[in-house]
Each structure stands twice: as C-alpha cells, then as structure tokens.
Write a protein that binds this ligand. Sequence first.
Ligand code: KIV
Length: 316
Amino acid sequence: MSLTQFRAGAPPAQPGDSLPKVTMPALSEMKRQGKPISALTAYDYATARLVDEAGVDLILVGDSLAMVVLGHENTLAVTVDEMLHHTRAVRRAVRRALIVADMPFGSYHGTVAEGLANAVRFVKEAGAEAVKIEGPRVELVRALTDAEIPVVGHLGLTPQSVHRMGGYHVQARTVETVRQLQADALALAEAGAGAVVLEGVPRESAAQITAALPVPTIGIGAGPDCDGQILVFHDLVNLTFAPAAKFVRRYADASTLFRSAIEHYREDVEHRTFPADAESYHLSASARQAIRAVADSDLDAPDAIVNREAFEDRAS
Ligand code: KIV
C-alpha cells in the first residue's frame, strides 16, 4: 500500500475550475460557435485527473480499454461490470469534462429494453453523463433520449463490428457508402444523439457529413474538418506496444520514460541505494535509547549468551 498523501474523491481546486462544466448541449453550442471540441479516452483516476485538469472537453471511458488496459486482442471481451468499474474511477477524478461511457459489445445488441437497462446502470451506478453506442441503432437512441440519457453515436469504422467488417478498414470510400453514412448520422441526430463519433473515414466524407449534421462530429482517423477530435490516451503517449495507426500523433513517449524509471528503480534496489536514510522513518532519540537499553538488558541475561555471540559476530 502507498502511504503517499492521496486525496481520494473530489480533487482540490484547479486553475481550470473556473471553466464551466461541459454538458451535452454545450457541445452543440461549441459547434455553432465553430469552437473545436477536444476529447480523449481515460480509464482510471490518475489519467482522468490529468485529462480533466488539462481542460479536455470530453472524456470517453472507451471500450478500447479492453485492448490498451486489459490486453485483449480486440474490444469484444470487455463486460458491462468491467466498464462500470473503470467509469466509476474516472467519475471520482473529473470535475469539468463531459464523461461518456462506452457501452460494450453485447450490452445493447439485443432488445431496446436490454440496451436501456444497461445504459441506466452507467448513469446510476457509475456517474456517466452520456453513453456511446456503435452503429445506426436509431430506435435505441430514441429510447435512451426519452429516458433522459444523452447519447453519442459512433459510425464508420466501428471496432465492435470487426468480425462483420473482416478487420479494421477505412469506411465510406464510395459515393453510395458516404451517402449511407450521412443518412445514418442524420437519423441518429434526429433520434436525439448529441454528437456522433466518425472513425476511420476519408477526410472528404467526414467533412461532408460534418457540414450536414446539426450536432457535432468527433473524428478519429477522419481528418481535421470534424467538429472535434478524439484519440485513445495510450496512443497519444505511446503506451500501446504497437506501431501507431496513420491518424495517431504521439505527443509523448511514456513507454521510454516509464521503462527508464522502472529500470533505475530496480538497479537502485539491487545496489542498495534505495531507500536512502532520508527516505526511511526514524525512531525518536528517546525511543532509540529505550530500545537499546532493552536490547542491552536482554544481552546481559544468562540465557542470552547465544544471542550475544550472534550480536557480536554481526557487529564486528
Ligand atoms: O473505445 C474507444 O476508445 C473509442 C474511440 C476510439 C472513439 O470508441
């Protein structure tokens, strides 16, 4: 356990606290004003605090955590309970950003009632302020909206469809598929979606859909003309152990930084240079004296001859 001063729950006041809380309607207002929306994934308390304190508008507790945090091959295995666990950790950290929880594969692919019940859990049990669902599930979006749950849609390359798509391929590359994608995005917006993530689509397709949509588009691998951008945190800081996709920009190399810190720590332990005396707790002078006195009287006892020899051996 760490005894480092740790303040759980509501973080202390930060410079960014003067900024207003981001809400779903605020995202639409940003689109109206032409203000770019910044979004990033986060899956735990520490990362979510950094992302929130940096002033990012939207934090997605993405099902990408299945891969980047839990080590699965794709996003399909993560469960509702696992997503709730991570969403709660993010909730404890965040004051300003809009918290969106990704509904995992299987949690909304049955009946609308099942999808609604699972979405309610994200709001009620984990403090999510919106949920994200993949695909043109218009009926479900309408039901969630009617139930006062804000929804972010997700179209284009939808990772939960990896088996149907036969891999991760750029979508909407033809006139017909761009038209279909735009129709799907409009249908989601009309059903109440407050924003739509566009993933893995050509810049030109995303630009056309962004211009046609009344709600913000948030792009990932969709070019610079979307209303906002989102990246996976682990991609941003190089913690993925894999070559970056074309659309990823690495803003830091946490992998190298962490590796070096860990190696230094191991070496210091092996060379007994960690911990130093200054990193150790000490008894008070009076407690030290008392303990020495007890040790000395133990050594004077007749049955302590063996101990005394062992002590003198060690002291020499
Ligand atoms: O799970 C995730 O990280 C996502 C983003 C890629 C949009 O869905």
